[in-house]
Design a binder for this molecule. Structure first.
Ligand code: NAP
Ligand code: ZN
Ligand code: ZN
Length: 347
């Protein structure tokens, strides 16, 4: 067994604390990664606090991992010691079901293995990237383009792919109008990626506080959802709405913003059910959809897309012992736009 320094949640209410975790020995197909940076995703907080389901404590969150290869198994062909690599939300899947065979491991019919909180290849609960090292099978390791700064690339591995995948699936590009609801970690990547794909992008935020940033990131327009006139002024406007908000929104008000044949995709995950007025769907042949991260091949496509265009996350780098304050600031929508832990502070 290998050990790693880490930060872990021990209950839904206690702050994360420093701990030591175990990693499996490097098997023939495994890559040992010395972690340099790990992004702080809102899903880490949902998991640490058991918002969605009871978490298997103690749990080390973190699924926006960038580091360098420190060792490889005897059968590894694609990576060598010293390579800069990434790991996102997935560390394995069945590889045989229909979604896996078409490269959509995120929809694995057997249930994929997530970076933290799943049962890993060694039969134990997987532990994430708020830690000094991790062992991952090579098929779920990503190549990080050399031109991207490692701290800015870490959030691409969850926030980036989570919005890239639906933008591609629902055809963002020239001639389409895309609205992004919530300008947080996912939202600020959605604005940059949709604009880079050629869409006309609008931000729908709770307030106008982040308007300058939203326009700088590539939005053509920016509206406060707290202003009563926003919904009437924008009715029927968008081909695609990417909703990154995990709070319960009035989903019918957002459906009313879709053009004919438009789709509202939820990537934010509210805890409770939504109440949908079917009138809002039939009126414009509109669709209400959801999407979760992306497949491994699409992660690589997204990383290469970002490298070609010089896109990355806007990050605030923190030391590991600032993680609990960072969680409070994410919950208060007070981050521009992603916290990233400098893992050297855990050494
Ligand atoms: P985040 O950085 O906290 O961003 C969420 C944004 O939502 C905030 O910046 C804020 O933007 C807006 N917001 C927050 N509270 C709100 C409220 N009460 N009412 C309206 N808007 C509110 O979070 P994130 O990391 O981007 O993640 C967003 C959600 O996506 C989380 O639920 C996360 O678990 C989920 N997620 C899903 C996937 C997937 O694969 N589907 C992957 C990653 C994350 P404004 O201030 O601009 O309004
Ligand atoms: Zn995430
Ligand atoms: Zn599968």
């Amino acid at each position: 067994m290998l050990t790693a320094n880490a930060y872990a949640a021990t209950s839904a209410t206690a702050p994360l604390t420093r701990s030591t975790i175990e990693r499996r020995e490097v098997g023939p197909h495994d890559v040992l990664i010395d972690i340099e940076y790990c992004g702080v995703c809102h899903s880490d907080i949902h998991t640490a606090r058991s918002d969605w389901r009871p978490a298997p404590y103690p749990i080390t969150p973190g699924h926006e991992i960038v580091g360098t290869v420190a060792g490889v198994g005897s059968a590894v062909t694609r990576y060598a010691v010293g390579d800069r690599v990434g790991v996102g939300c997935l560390v394995d899947s069945c590889r045989e079901c229909e979604p896996c065979r078409r490269g959509e491991e995120q929809y694995c019919a057997m249930g994929n293995t997530q970076t933290y909180g799943s049962i890993g290849a060694d039969g134990r609960v997987t532990q994430g990237g708020y830690s000094t090292r991790i062992v991952v099978t090579e098929d779920f390791v990503l190549k990080i383009p050399a031109s991207l700064a490692p701290a800015a690339v870490a959030p691409l591995l969850c926030a980036g792919i989570t919005v890239y995948s639906p933008l591609r699936h629902w055809g963002a590009g020239p001639g389409t109008r895309v609205a992004v609801v919530g300008l947080g970690g996912l939202g600020h990547m959605a604005v940059q990626l949709a604009q880079a794909m050629g869409s006309d992008v609008t931000v729908l935020s709770q307030s106008l506080k982040k308007r300058e940033d939203g326009l700088r990131l590539g939005a053509a327009s920016y509206h406060a959802t707290s202003a009563p006139e926003t919904f009437s002024a924008l009715a029927g406007s968008f081909n695609l709405i990417i909703n990154t908000v995990s709070a319960q929104l009035d989903i019918n008000a957002y459906l009313s913003l879709l053009a004919v044949d438009g789709t509202l995709v939820n990537v934010g995950v509210p805890v409770g059910p939504l109440s949908v007025s079917v009138f809002q769907l039939v009126r414009g042949r509109r669709s209400l959809a959801g999407s979760v991260i992306g497949g491994i091949a699409q992660h690589q496509e997204m990383l290469d897309f970002c490298a070609e265009r010089g896109l990355g996350a806007e990050v605030e780098v923190i030391s590991a012992d600032q993680i609990n304050q960072a969680y409070e600031r994410v919950l208060a929508s007070d981050v521009r736009f992603r916290f990233v832990i400098d893992i050297s502070t855990l050494a």
